[in-house]
Design a protein around this ligand. Structure first.
Ligand SMILES: NC(=O)c1ccc[n+]([C@@H]2O[C@H](COP(=O)([O-])OP(=O)(O)OC[C@H]3O[C@@H](n4cnc5c(N)ncnc54)[C@H](OP(=O)(O)O)[C@@H]3O)[C@@H](O)[C@H]2O)c1
Length: 246
């Protein structure tokens, strides 16, 4: 069985991935500031680690501890994003970019000596497109992550470590189900405007992450896979006309 380390596996998409891997009996280590609220439902193949992850030294120690107690990793997945009340510019850069870089650097010697070593980073369609709701820092950090993916793909290729990203559009997760299900008009708009006729879910993105970690993606590296039901392919004006039936 494979060993996955999920950074930001305590909520949202990371927890969706955790649930799916746990169902399959994979070995999963979860890293976050807290532990998942449903921690008791997981089998013993799942172990959670809390860390403030503030300094490079503490990150190195935590990664070394996880790999020495649970075994080396096959896959490292980054699902974290900045969720705090501080300065979003500094916070997003710390949590998205610096933390990701430090964990990758600390993990290079902690991968299994096997084929199928993989790193997946969760980006967003807002690495390339602009949203009215998210701050500038989110857009710039995601764009930076996608270049970080390409850089590491080139530099870690000789070790057999593949590095890819997924870029989801807004998705429904356990924590936002209630919000979307009580907004019928918004969901109708998604049904009309997204080529695949619906809003995405955390499970849609989680399945693509699993694919990128699997042997089926053995020759894929440095790529960002959009998980948006085709929404980014449609010109906004054309979408507006279709929605209004003009
Ligand atoms: N939600 C969407 O619709 C959407 C759309 C496109 C892309 N994305 C991307 O998908 C990923 C997951 O999004 P989400 O909405 O599922 O996230 P979320 O529910 O807000 O969860 C964020 C995760 O990041 C962890 N985290 C935050 N600060 C951390 C830190 N300093 N160190 C370690 N872990 C930290 C949190 O764990 P703790 O609180 O335990 O630390 C939590 O597990 C993110 O990269 C996001 O940008 C989301």
């Amino acid at each position: 069985l494979a060993h996955f380390l999920i950074v930001g596996g305590t909520r949202g998409l990371g927890r969706e991935l955790l649930k799916s891997l746990a169902r399959k009996g994979e070995s999963v280590s979860v890293l976050g500031r807290s532990i998942p609220r449903d921690v008791d439902v997981y089998p013993s193949s799942v172990k959670c680690w809390t860390q403030t992850l503030e300094s490079e030294d503490s990150i190195r120690e935590t990664i070394a501890e996880i790999s020495s107690t649970r075994g080396k990793f096959d896959s490292l997945v980054f699902c974290q994003r900045y969720r705090a009340d501080g300065d979003p510019w500094l916070g997003e850069f710390d949590v998205s970019l610096t933390l990701t870089k430090r964990i990758i650097d600390a993990s290079i010697g902690c991968f299994q000596d096997s084929v199928g070593k993989s790193i997946v980073i969760v980006s967003s369609v807002f690495a390339n497109f602009v949203d009215y709701g998210q701050p500038l820092s989110y857009h710039v950090a995601k764009a930076g992550l996608e270049q970080l993916v390409r850089y590491y793909a080139v530099h870690l290729g000789h070790l057999g470590i593949r590095v890819n990203a997924v870029a989801p559009s807004a998705f429904i997760k356990d924590e936002s189900k209630q919000f979307y299900s009580s907004n019928g008009e918004l969901m109708e708009f998604y049904a009309k405007s997204v080529p695949l006729g619906r809003m995405g879910t955390a499970a849609d993105a989680s399945q693509v992450i699993e694919f990128l970690c699997s042997a089926s993606a053995a020759f894929v590296t440095g790529q960002t896979i959009y998980v948006d039901g085709g929404a980014s392919l449609v010109w906004p004006e054309s979408m507006a006309r279709k929605a209004k039936g003009i």
